[in-house]
Write a protein that binds this ligand. Structure first.
Ligand code: SAH
Length: 263
């Protein structure tokens, strides 16, 4: 079967052996349950298998690629020919898993946000997530406050995850080559994270604050909290700051106060 890379499914296959080796050495795979999303032609799959996982589930949306994987890997893999966005991740495995994914960039972000929002307190179904992003998005995820890249995605991701940058990856490590640079990120669950009743409140607060990135926080604060001076005092807020000058914790605390006011 001749396999032609489909642009619509973001098919850029990783062919750089050094990078593939680096990815599988990030964590101990032996006797673990692994989920690979978007295995494609099976480049990373091969490297993962060499490290002897206990169980290996692969989720590939492309029917031809899924058939090809079945033919090549037989019973070494459990292949699910589905769209990862439509799968209930918690039903995949009873064991905690390690997730690897070199997915289309937009799907990496969407799936990451979905998984964060679906996580019940402390109920992590994985040990770690190892995911590829376009560099520009990865830079936003790992940025710190006071940076122009700091924003909604940074605050959401850092709420529940410790994030480490593994490496930037140049277009020539893929075939066909993407137009932009990529970055691989490693996510592990935070043991403790700020209690928020409804994550959509965190999304709402950050959306309203970052709506006008260059303006002072006075306006969004007044809009959301009606100028509540007790909260200003409690969180030691300076109304002349810009949204990017508030650290993660402040946004989590603001969300907490927002939820308290509505009880
Ligand atoms: N991981 C492989 C392939 C990367 S290309 C490698 O590094 O070589 C991206 C892969 O994700 C393709 O195989 C594509 O078919 C698959 N894919 C795209 N959207 C998907 C989705 N929504 N769910 C599952 N797989 C998807």
């Amino acid at each position: 079967m001749k396999l032609i890379a489909k642009k619509s499914l973001g098919q850029n296959f990783l062919i750089d052996k050094n990078i593939l080796e680096k990815i599988v050495n990030l964590t101990s795979i032996k006797n673990q349950t692994i989920i690979e999303i978007g295995p494609g032609t099976g480049n990373l799959t091969n490297f993962i298998l060499k490290n002897k996982p206990k169980k290996f589930i692969a989720i590939e949306k492309d029917k031809n690629l899924a058939l090809n994987l079945k033919k090549n890997f037989k019973d070494k893999l459990e292949i699910i020919n589905e769209d990862i966005l439509k799968i209930d991740e918690k039903l995949l495995s009873k064991d905690k898993v390690i997730v690897f994914g070199n997915l289309p960039y937009n799907i990496s972000t969407e799936i990451l946000c979905k998984w964060i929002l679906n996580l019940d307190n402390k109920d992590f179904w994985f040990h770690s997530l190892i995911l590829m992003f376009q560099k520009e998005v990865a830079d936003r995820i790992i940025s710190k406050f006071n940076s122009s890249k700091y924003g909604r995605l940074t605050i959401l991701v850092n709420w529940k995850f410790n994030v480490k940058k593994v490496t930037d990856i140049k277009p020539n490590s893929f075939s066909p080559r993407p137009k932009i640079d990529s970055t691989l990120l490693f996510f592990s669950p935070k043991k403790d994270f700020f209690k928020i009743k409804n994550p959509s409140n965190l999304e709402k607060i950050t959306r309203i604050f970052f709506n006008h990135r260059r303006k002072m926080i006075k306006k969004p604060f007044n809009y959301l909290f009606n100028g509540n001076s007790k909260i200003i005092e409690k969180l030691n807020l300076d109304m002349n700051l810009r949204p990017q000058n508030l650290d993660f914790e402040t946004y989590y605390k603001l969300t907490h106060e927002f939820e308290n006011l509505r009880d």
